[in-house]
Ligand binder design. Sequence first.
Ligand code: 5GP
Length: 119
Amino acid sequence: MTQETIFAKIIRREAPADIVYQDDLVTAFRDIRPQAPVHILIVPNRAIPTANDVLPEDEPALGRLFTVAAKLAREAGIAESGYRLLVNCNRDGGQEVYHLHMHLVGGRRLGPMLVRPTE
Ligand code: 5GP
């Protein structure tokens, strides 16, 4: 069995987080180490470990990630200026927390999508 992550506890409100949206399928909360003025994580309530583990029955929750992202972007006032939505998968994708999540990042010019690591 995959070990539970901190995100599952946040979803159940057993761990502290700045939750900005929650419904039956997804939960959204502010990233603890924001990379931009707006940095929100939108996560399916079901603990899907990675993008590799997505099942057909997850499609409603995964679609909801986008509708909630667009709503939160509008509310944050960045819908027109723009933002980035991203999902990291496994080591090379830079995934840190193994509960699938979408990053909503914006509020500044984000630059090129990929940068070459310095190390
Ligand atoms: P990943 O690299 O897995 O795509 O992103 C994980 C994100 O979760 C990181 O941006 C990190 O700052 C954030 N994060 C990790 N632990 C916590 C936590 O306990 N609370 C919140 N709000 N964000 C977290």
